[in-house]
Write a protein that binds this ligand. Structure first.
Ligand SMILES: Cc1cc2nc3c(=O)[nH]c(=O)nc-3n(C[C@H](O)[C@H](O)[C@H](O)COP(=O)(O)OP(=O)(O)OC[C@H]3O[C@@H](n4cnc5c(N)ncnc54)[C@H](O)[C@@H]3O)c2cc1C
Length: 310
């Protein structure tokens, strides 16, 4: 690891190369283990250098956006986590063409607000999703009948080893429900091009406010979480199945099935990743037993179990 750190330091400030990094500080669940190394490149060149160096090292590495859909197990991540957000913060708006170019580190909320300020609509659905544009483009984030795939026209990518840069059309991204071709390739979103519509900014802001009110009404935003914990199983809603299974408020340690929205698992205070995972298993088993439905986590779970636990 020391040789790798030395190579990274040739291009990246020491303060952005963090050994034994506490991932609770970088995820919205606010819990979990430590990563052997966290690298936070501050420019595209730094990101590229990081990818090239880390890929050459042969060690495992993982791409992190805003950490709003990730749980790192308590045993930590044996490898390098690359937090891409700060490297890619550009936005360019073309009002005449109703297009917006957004780099992947920009928060969805910032991108949605910028669209509205520039009299463009189409991003209202995304304003309350606490992820980065890169994470959203990777997994086709969506809400309130909107999905990233409906507004993306193309995506600029860099290969996982940092060696190739290329552009995919929205069709080439092979988007499905919380899915894209990147699930297989592991390549990294650098920027996206969006096709929006010209609109009255008062109306765009009003729609955003209405959706924000619906969100805070229904969702336990006052507690750390990663949003809806499970994917929507075909023909069902995860939250409804969990509620009907009688699991509202079910608690393991500091983790709880939210009383406000059964689709959310929240960190009520002091939850460990193991609490959350045990709760997940209990919910999955109960829903399977009562309704015969398999609930699959939407949250990405990475890292190792703590010693003595599997
Ligand atoms: C309160 C709350 C509400 C939420 N509501 C919604 C909702 O309504 N709809 C919804 O879809 N999601 C929702 N989420 C989940 C989450 O915000 C989204 O999935 C978001 O798109 C994740 O983005 P991120 O940048 O945080 O990604 P991360 O959590 O950092 O990463 C998620 C995945 O994306 C990959 N990734 C991240 N950046 C890149 C990149 N640049 N290139 C390639 N891969 C990348 C990671 O490797 C990882 O596999 C919610 C979460 C919370 C906490």
């Amino acid at each position: 690891m020391e040789a790798l750190i030395r190579q990274l330091k040739e291009h990246i400030d020491e303060e952005n190369i963090i050994a034994n990094a506490d991932m609770a500080e970088h995820t919205t669940f606010k819990c979990g283990g430590k990563a052997d190394l966290l690298v936070i490149p501050q420019s595209y060149d730094e990101l590229k250098h990081t990818l090239l160096t880390v890929a050459d090292s042969g060690r495992d590495y993982y791409i992190l956006g805003n950490g709003s859909n990730i749980l790192v197990k308590d045993g930590g991540y044996r490898g390098i986590i690359i937090k891409t957000m700060y490297a890619l913060q550009g936005i360019y708006v073309d009002y005449e063409e109703a297009q917006m170019f957004v780099q992947s580190g920009v928060l969805l909320s910032t991108a949605a607000r910028t669209a509205a300020q520039n009299m463009l609509s189409g991003m209202e659905f995304a304003a309350g999703i606490p992820g980065s544009v890169g994470g959203a483009a990777y997994m086709n984030a969506g809400a309130y009948d909107g999905e990233m795939k409906n507004i993306i026209t193309n995506v600029r990518l860099i290969s996982r080893d940092g060696r190739h840069e290329y552009t995919y059309t929205v069709d080439e991204m092979q988007y499905g429900y919380r899915r894209s071709v990147l699930y297989n390739s592991g390549d990294i979103v650098v920027s996206i091009m969006l096709q929006l519509k010209q609109d009255d900014p008062h109306e765009v802001f009003a729609r955003m406010e209405e959706l924000a009110a619906r969100r805070s009404d229904k969702q336990p935003l006052e507690f750390p979480s990663a949003g809806s914990f499970f994917k929507r199983p075909e023909g069902h809603f995860a939250g409804k199945l969990i509620e009907e299974a009688g699991l509202r408020g079910l608690t393991v340690g500091g983790a709880q099935v939210s009383e406000k929205h059964c689709g959310f698992v929240i960190n009520k205070g002091g939850a460990t990743a193991s609490d959350i995972i045990m709760l997940m298993h209990l919910v999955q088993a109960s829903v399977k037993e009562q309704f015969g439905v398999d609930l699959e986590p939407e949250v990405r779970i990475i890292g190792e179990d703590p010693e003595g636990q599997q």
